[in-house]
Design a protein around this ligand. Structure first.
Ligand code: CMP
Length: 139
């Protein structure tokens, strides 16, 4: 079942560089409706839990360090075919491989500091959204 929702984070690298506004503009222009949003900072425990699926990977410690070093913007986005369309909008995980005009091509610097997160499935979008937002914070 498709929920027409995805979850995103504007990561600490993009926040530090002042790209929140430009990234939200790209998201809105692409037809996504923001149904939940907050400016927050992940604790070490939050990041370890959120990225649990990657905890055996060699980059896990660096990923946790990076994602906790400053604030992020977390949001739930709504659009028909949201997960797939948002992944197309942000581009490949590695910005060097991301298509021209994608958010990562424009704002990311490396595979680890890649500006934005986008859920990879409807199931994970629901899990990740619920990680950051209670029901009453979603509109
Ligand atoms: P994202 O897809 O949002 O969630 C997992 C993150 O792990 C990914 O973004 C990158 O920030 C990071 N990541 C994935 N692969 C690598 C890698 N090979 N080296 C470093 N970081 C990675």
């Amino acid at each position: 079942m498709t929920t027409n929702r995805t979850f995103t984070m504007i990561k600490p690298d993009a926040v530090e560089k002042g790209h929140i506004g430009a990234i939200l503009e790209k998201i809105n222009s692409a037809g996504f409706k923001i149904v939940a949003m907050k400016f927050t900072q992940l604790s070490k425990g939050d990041a370890e839990k959120f990225y649990e699926i990657h905890n055996e990977r060699p980059f896990f410690a660096d990923l946790v360090q990076f994602m906790t070093r400053g604030p992020i913007v977390a949001a739930i986005l709504e659009k028909e075919n949201a997960v797939e369309d948002f992944r197309a909008l942000i581009g490949a995980t590695n910005p060097a491989e991301a298509a021209e005009g994608t958010i990562r091509k424009m704002f990311a610097t490396s595979i680890s500091e890649n500006a934005v997160h986008g859920s990879d499935s409807d199931e994970n979008a629901a899990i990740e959204g619920a990680f950051h937002f209670s029901g009453r914070e979603v509109y």
